[in-house]
Design a protein around this ligand. Structure first.
Ligand SMILES: [Zn+2]
Length: 282
């Protein structure tokens, strides 16, 4: 597989489910592309209004407004000025009209004419069903509206998973056994290791989304968190089908019950408060 550099990517369009997905998975890449003068556009399907363990204090309308403000500040830290919300409800993506959603994303692609499209792989990285839906929609939209654009799926490597296994277990980052999928080195299309300056910028961008990140930063410690966010990896659609469980196997799994989800949340041992974020919302 050809190994890409950010400068190879041309105009970049990232298509994600919730505010903070773009920062976690491509914050360094977006900053590098902008530094090189490339156009970067981000689409976010929802405002992530259910991304809290304390919905009484943070009812959906209030959290949506906060996250709207947060993602703008976060993208500004990366010098990304073009952002669009699709306005879907958090957690609702599998229930939406699929053709309509694909058409809307396709319309953005037709307008932006990206050289590279970034999104989740079929696994949704963390397993979140909104993430998986974004992979399906974005892949279909690209095939329809921008077939020449390079399509890259966010993924992880063996080295990353082994290094951070304790963190992923402690904070229940991933929602299902077998996740995250690890892509073997020969299937990695682009892997970015952020230098100090870039890691600091990504940290600023993630700190700007404090409703989602402050609890984890406090629990991990800033230095460790900064190391954890300092790699980004992508594979191609072809690469994604050759690593880990097949998408069909993931799709066949029963969705997590509310009780299971609560148990997983408790295992995160994060301090209570507005900043305790559901990392399935990552
Ligand atoms: Zn998310």
């Amino acid at each position: 597989m050809t190994v890409l550099r950010p400068s190879d990517l041309g105009t970049v369009l990232g298509v994600w489910a919730h505010p903070d997905d773009e920062a976690y998975l491509s914050g360094g890449l977006m900053a590098v592309a902008r530094q090189a003068g490339q156009r970067v556009v981000v689409v976010t399907a929802t405002r992530g209004e259910h991304g809290t363990a304390d919905p009484e204090r943070w009812p959906p309308h209030r959290l949506a407004a906060v996250r709207d403000t947060e993602i703008r500040a976060s993208l500004a830290a990366l010098d990304v000025t073009e952002h669009h919300f699709l306005g879907y409800g958090d957690g609702s993506l599998p229930a939406q009209d699929q053709a309509e959603a694909i058409g809307r994303i396709g319309a953005v692609m037709a307008a932006v004419r990206p050289d590279t499209v970034l999104t989740f792989g079929p696994d949704g990285l963390t397993g979140h069903r909104d993430h998986r839906q974004m992979c399906h929609w974005t892949t279909a939209a690209r095939n329809m509206a921008a077939p020449a654009a390079r399509l890259l799926y966010a993924t992880t490597t063996d080295a990353f998973v082994e290094r951070w296994r304790d963190v992923h277990d402690q904070f229940a980052i991933y929602l299902e056994p077998g996740l995250p999928l690890r892509t073997p080195p020969r299937r990695i299309a682009l892997e970015l290791t952020l230098d100090d300056a870039l890691a600091d910028r990504k940290l600023v961008a993630l700190r700007a989304q404090a409703s989602q990140t402050a609890g984890l930063i406090a629990a991990m410690g800033e230095a460790r968190y900064r190391q954890w966010i300092s790699t980004e990896a992508f594979t191609t659609a072809a690469g994604a089908t050759t690593s880990g469980p097949r998408p069909a196997e993931l799709a066949g799994r029963a969705p997590m019950s509310r009780a299971d989800a609560q148990r997983r949340r408790k295992r995160r041992r994060l301090p209570a408060g507005p900043h305790v974020e559901l990392l399935e919302d990552r």
